[in-house]
Design a protein. Structure first.
Lengths: 487, 486
């Protein structure tokens, strides 16, 4: 079995990694049918974080985006990446459930699920919820580097993930930390322990190794690879589909994808990137330091910013060192959202105050209390844990309860019984004012592709049914279109 | 803690790989002092192949380039990459000797030498020639991928190099074909068998792996790495000095290079690249196909061009396949100049004529006769060799041993009264008319980066010795400079 299949990430991880989720609905629509025709195993379409950005910044209805795309992408399953809604806070289960239901109703079919601790209970709970609303779940096995994350750990967690009975697993490397060597040792372990469950690979190019890791995974037996389309590949995004397919072919594999259909998609996004001043993903140089602190790139710039605000920007290297130390004391959490943010913020506070754990964030306390995974609280350095919890605020938080608020209670608060589910969710994500401002901005419009403006104009005019003759005139240019019956 | 040191390739391999050797002497001069102060083990400055380009196109006197740069770089040995001057022909030893002598007189103190077969006899001849001219030789052990280029092959050749009177060996990967794994395997073997020779590492980023291989070489114990200064690093060039130094430090090594001094060099060449439309080196994606045909990037574009000329531009893939096949039949020569060109041209001819080896180039015949390395004769496929040599032209070439003129014959042909040795060499490499045109173009002018025109002006005015006081005035601006004793 030499066929290699692909999952496209351009419309979700691609612009999340490179364009800060600033891809508008109108930029997606013109290429949707092409992407559907290329033969992807699945297309990642959206994530919970996108909803806030769409409503507030892009002034677009994210549910309408899903509907419009699902209307054009009919052969390829559309995928949601949303293991939670609130990155830092608490998700009321009722609203998370409603969110998943509405994603299904608007056209999503699959959900890729993470538990930040690769925890069996977390996987089970989330997979059962996804199934109950009609989404097909896949489970992420998140890759990390630490003394805890060895071969035995991944063998055990993969067996546990496979026991949940999902149709597929995904070896996910959000930090781009897999190296070709590690892929050679790890992938066979994951495949062996996954049994009959197929495994996808999802790695990032943050340290330039993504294309190499993808090939090693293929050589080791992975048959489904997550890729992006340039310019939304490389950089801190995923490997380029064109690169992985070409290299796989050179190694004797058969990539099951129509690259020719996809080249105009790359051109389309290149044009947009140039015109809008958005970054074009390019391969980056190998950066060894990334493996030491494992702090995601976006977080480094944030950390630097926090330090700059208090005039300590020259201490960034020290803050990164402190991040390594805090992570070790906390039992080596996987450096993914939200845990990576908790670790980074606490490290910054330790450096800024000059005394470790003198002040702690509520999230640090919550982590020590096990609110962000029982494994975290259990594996922490006991002395550090005691220091974090030995303060009035910790006792206060320990006594706190998280009641689930029913959907109807939330509806009553945010607009009353006439508020539809999509509207309610959007108001809950942002605020009624934000949603009203989004509505006022009007529906999304196609992003005019300037490559062939005249043919686009003729095409659109010729589709009009309310007139039989159209004439466009300006000095030196006349265009007449007339409807005639074909003899 | 081990210290990692660097050889800078910016002024030679950097612009050879990325700017088609278009860096002029004037572009080098403003930054030569800075590079000299950064602590490099050596600076690559010029190669035999640069001469034609400099004389003909850049109108730069290459000997003058060496002299002017040498004056500004008293701390760092300048290096020649001593390949052939005539890529496709044979350099008469008499002239090559003189060429080395004149370069040594101009300021070259080291030469990296290659034999395209890693042949110890070829090395010995070149080592002796360079040593006689007063130039310290460094032997290149060229990396290649083929059934012949086994670990044993490299070990055997390193041992042979260690028996020669040389102090330095460079493990050189011109095609960027080393991978982190092959580096991790071979670098320790090279070090172990290098005896007393100091080993350095030279790789290219053609398939994006250069920075990784450099790190593997360091981990294996190689302490001298060839790097370039961006924008003349990455792409098809060498790894960036900033990248390798930062990664080495992250791994716990000390690095003997002052990167802060070099940022201004990067700014200088970046502004030249923008101004002149030259490429900026960028990291490339990993490309497996490179390992199959091993055709250097510049040759692929050339092959495509040849095929387009005869209306067969759509057959480039087939020509690359044919290149791989011809290389195997010719006994897996290392794909370096000139052998890579011989292989590529013959492959193109095979595709164009539609019958393999029906037509062959004179170089293919000379190759089969062993004139580009005796190893070829034994390593070739005997049937292919017979087919190449079974034609009148082959018999004709076999009868005519190439004549290697003496220095006196060359002086008679290119020299004359009042013609210096340098002038004669320049005329031999190109022609009298071209050398005259080069002289007519005048001395090199420093390429001033437009980024800090005022600073540059003040700097150059302050260096004038003929005046005590300078006043520059225009509406809204006046500048007065005065010399005072401290």
């Amino acid at each position: 079995m030499n066929r290699i299949r692909f999952v496209d990430t351009t419309l979700r991880d691609g612009h999340q990694s490179l364009w800060a989720l600033r891809m508008r609905t109108g930029m997606m629509l013109p290429i949707a049918e092409r992407m559907d025709a290329a033969g992807f195993e699945s297309i990642e379409l959206t994530t919970a974080v996108y909803f806030r950005i769409a409503i507030r910044d892009l002034k677009e209805d994210p549910f309408a985006m899903i509907r419009l795309m699902a209307g054009r992408i009919t052969k390829t399953p559309l995928r949601l990446i949303a293991s939670r809604i609130n990155v830092f806070g608490y998700d009321p289960p009722s609203m998370y459930r409603l969110f998943l239901e509405r994603c299904v109703a608007n056209g999503l079919k699959e959900i890729r699920i993470s538990d930040p601790w690769n925890d069996l209970e977390g996987w089970r709970r989330r997979a059962a919820l996804a199934r109950s609303v009609g989404l097909t779940p896949l489970l992420n096995i998140i890759y990390s580097v630490s003394p805890r994350h060895g071969d035995d750990y991944y063998a055990e967690r993969t067996r546990q993930a496979a026991s949940v009975g999902v149709f597929r697993l995904c070896l996910k490397d959000p930090g781009g930390l897999l190296t070709p060597e590690r892929a050679r040792t790890l992938v066979p372990i994951v495949l062996a322990n996954a049994g009959d469950t197929p495994v996808e690979l999802h790695t990032h190019c943050t340290t330039g190794l993504g294309p190499l890791v993808a090939l090693e995974a293929i050589k080791a037996g992975v048959r489904i690879v997550n890729t992006g389309l340039p310019p939304l590949a490389d950089g801190s995004a995923l490997p380029s589909l064109f690169n992985v397919a070409r290299n796989a072919r050179a190694l004797g594999f058969e990539p099951d994808i129509d690259e020719e259909v996809l080249r105009p998609v790359s051109e389309h996004f290149n044009t947009i990137a140039r015109r809008e001043g958005l970054p074009i993903g390019a391969p980056v140089e190998y950066d060894y330091a990334q493996y030491l602190h494992q702090v995601p790139g976006g977080m480094i710039s944030n950390l630097a910013n926090q330090l700059r605000l208090v005039g300590l920007d020259h201490r960034l290297a020290e803050a990164l060192e402190e991040t390594i130390r805090v992570r070790a004391e906390w039992g080596y959490p996987v450096m993914v959202t939200p845990l990576s943010q908790f670790v980074g913020s606490q490290a910054a506070i330790n450096v800024i105050l000059g005394e470790r754990y003198k002040e702690v964030t509520d999230q640090t306390i919550g982590y020590a209390l096990g609110y962000h995974g029982a494994e975290g609280a259990a594996t922490m350095d006991p002395a550090v844990k005691a220091k974090i919890l030995d303060r009035p605020r910790a006792k206060q938080l320990a006594a706190l309860e998280f009641p689930d608020q029913s959907v109807e209670q939330t509806r009553a608060k945010l607009g009353g019984p006439d508020t539809g589910d999509d509207e309610l969710l959007m108001r809950w994500f942002t605020s009624p004012q934000d949603v009203a401002a989004m509505r006022a901005a009007g529906p999304p419009c196609d992003y005019a592709n300037a490559v062939r403006p005249l043919s686009a104009l003729i095409d659109a005019l010729s589709r009009r049914t309310d007139c039989s003759s159209i004439r466009v005139q300006k000095p030196g240019f006349t265009l007449t279109l007339e409807k005639r019956t074909v003899p | 803690m081990t210290e990692i040191r660097f050889v800078d390739t910016t002024l030679r391999d950097g612009h050879l790989s990325l700017w088609a050797s278009n860096m002029t002497t004037g572009m080098m001069l403003p930054v030569a002092e800075r590079i000299d102060r950064a602590g490099f083990v050596a600076m690559e400055l010029i190669s035999g192949a640069h001469f034609k380009k400099a004389i003909r196109e850049l109108k730069d006197d290459p000997f003058e380039r060496v002299r002017l740069v040498a004056k500004r770089t008293p701390n760092t040995p300048l290096r020649l990459i001593a390949g052939a001057v005539n890529i496709f022909g044979i350099d008469p030893p008499s002239m090559y000797r003189l060429f080395l002598e004149r370069l040594a007189a101009a300021g070259i103190s080291q030469a990296r030498i290659s034999d395209p077969w890693n042949n110890p006899e070829g090395w010995r001849r070149r080592v002796e020639m360079n040593a006689a001219a007063g130039i310290e030789p460094i032997i290149n052990l060229i990396y290649s991928v083929s059934p012949r280029h086994t670990d044993e092959h490299f070990v055997e050749r390193v041992e042979a190099a260690a028996r020669l009177p040389v102090k330095y060996l460079c493990f050189k990967d011109p095609g960027g074909l080393l991978t982190p794994e092959s580096t991790a395997r071979l670098a320790p073997l090279v070090l172990r068998h290098a005896g007393k020779m100091q080993v350095e590492f030279h790789t290219h980023c053609t398939t994006g792996l250069g920075p990784l291989c450099a790190i593997e070489a360091i981990k294996a114990g190689i302490t001298v790495i060839n790097t370039a200064i961006p924008p003349l690093a990455n792409g098809a060039s060498n790894p960036s000095v900033y990248n390798v130094a930062a990664n080495a430090r992250a791994l716990g090594y000390r690095t003997a290079v002052d990167e802060d001094l070099l940022h201004a060099v990067t700014d200088h060449f970046t502004s030249i690249a923008r101004h002149e439309g030259f490429p900026i080196g960028r990291p490339l994606e990993y490309d497996v196909a490179q390992y199959h045909h091993q055709v250097p990037g510049g040759m692929i574009s050339n092959l495509g061009h040849q095929l387009r000329l005869v209306g067969k531009g759509d057959r480039i893939e087939e020509a690359l396949e044919e290149t791989a096949r011809v290389r195997a039949e010719l006994g897996y020569p290392i794909m370096v100049t000139p052998l890579s060109q011989f292989v590529g041209s013959q492959a193109a001819i095979n595709i164009i004529t539609g019958e393999r080896y029906r037509e062959v180039t004179d170089q293919t015949i000379d190759y089969a006769l062993g004139r580009f390395g005796k190893e070829a004769v034994e390593a070739m496929d005997p049937e292919v060799r017979a087919k190449i040599l079974d034609r009148p032209r082959a018999r004709e070439l076999e009868r005519t041993e190439p004549h290697l003129p003496t220095l006196q014959e060359m002086r008679d042909k290119y020299g004359g009264a009042g013609v210096s040795d340098e002038e004669m060499l320049l005329r031999w490499i190109t022609s009298k008319a071209e050398v005259d045109a080069m002289h007519a173009a005048g001395a090199p002018k420093e390429y001033r980066s437009a980024r800090q025109p005022l600073v540059a002006m003040v700097e150059s005015l302050s260096k004038r010795t003929g005046t005590e006081r300078i006043h520059v005035g225009k509406p809204g601006f006046s500048l007065t400079m005065e010399k005072r004793a401290r």
